[in-house]
Design a protein around this ligand. Sequence first.
Ligand code: NDP
Ligand code: AKG
Length: 447
Amino acid sequence: MPLDSTTAALYKDIVHRNPAEPEFHQAVAEVLHSIQPVLQQRPELGDNALLQRLCEPERQVIFRVTWTDDKGNAHVNRGFRVGFSSALGPYKGGLRFHRSVTLGTVKFLAFEQIFKNALTGLGIGGGKGGSDFDPSGRSDGEIMRFCQAYMTELHRHIGPHTDVPAGDIGVGGREIGYLFGQYKRITNRFDAGALTGKDLNIGGSQARPEATGYGAVYFLEAMLAERGHTLEGKTAVVSGSGNVAQYALVKLHQLGAKVVACSDSTGTLYDPTGIRADILHEVKQVQRRKLDHYVELVSSARFAPDRRPWDIPCDIALPSATQNELGEADAVSLAKNNLIALAEGANMPCTPEAIKVFQEARIAFGPGKAANAGGVATSGLEMQQNAARTKWSFEHTEQTLARIMRSIHHTCLVTAADHGKPGDYITGANVAGFLTVASAMNTLGLV
Ligand SMILES: NC(=O)C1=CN([C@@H]2O[C@H](COP(=O)(O)OP(=O)(O)OC[C@H]3O[C@@H](n4cnc5c(N)ncnc54)[C@H](OP(=O)(O)O)[C@@H]3O)[C@@H](O)[C@H]2O)C=CC1
Ligand SMILES: O=C(O)CCC(=O)C(=O)O
């Protein structure tokens, strides 16, 4: 359904005020489409310019990051941190280090994070950050110096009650450790709750590395159960081979599915006998090499350079690399191969055209802001543990994660049905997230 004239005018204004940020426009358009029928029924929800405020970041910080490589050469990168909404709690969301990062990337991610974080029910606002720094091929020392330089500015803007960054593409436990080390040095405080995704030895939570991938699989499992299916015996294709993809693969195997393909920025790995999680971990996380190296270690595997995995027949798919990585033609190919369900491990990996194909083919579709919320939810659990100076067991943390994911699934399903769109998880996630944030914004008054 097209946007009505009031919402269309608002969207036009957002595009005008935020030029050359197509991913941000895409994320806003999706939310506006979902919530428009709610606003038509309850126009008072839009009073006091609520939508304009919701779509305008509370703050955006852009800064220069200067660091030196191992040869002593100086480099200059750009750092970003966007605090989009603190209506529900401190800004919360990851940091992305990738050469493609712009302000628009960070704004789209921070906007998505508002609704995702609302769905977790944990009292966390939406934010995101990053840099156009390219970590590939950089030594440990270079990564450390970059993280230290980045935090030298970022520390002014974060804190356990203000803004709590974590990881995203290019930022894992190693980078969070270096960032936290510099934060601690500059502030003279061991404020563990200022960053999440920390290693266990510096106040991290059990199951945080696993949480996004595991959570996406729990969400997928719940979607399948609604249709009378289980994961047992299903063939799966995952894109990416980083944090989210690897742990999605582990949980899929644990629950009886077989992952036959994954990918990275150089191509697609296919193994009809099932990708080995331990070898994938060794290649990508330990050796930090590209995926083609996997085939040197496993004879049944094949690597296709520059290919994406979406033409490989599968029952379930988890795009878990990056935004807009799965387009209309990919969706048509997956639908032709009788895909049953797809959960977005990444943020906004499917284009609007691809989503339309899935919806028309009645394929169960779990949008990222619901399906990949397990990572930030477990970050919320890490903040709880830090505040209470306590440590939970892996089992307790994973059980809590699983409960949160099932609750998000239930919320999406019930909200979609209540709004005349049964089974539409996009409507469910956007409307439920919006209503939670809008209610808090109204309680807080005009701020
Ligand atoms: N980490 C988390 O807790 C959460 C992450 N997400 C989302 O999940 C996605 C993956 O994040 P994460 O696993 O943490 O990141 P990682 O850096 O660990 O892994 C990213 C993976 O995606 C591939 N990739 C990255 N950019 C591109 C690109 N432009 N084209 C093709 N492949 C690409 C990388 O390939 P290569 O190795 O060759 O670079 C790598 O395999 C992102 O969308 C992120 O926002 C969502 C919720 C939480
Ligand atoms: O754990 C976090 O705070 C961030 C997770 C994240 O960046 C995301 O959900 O996309």
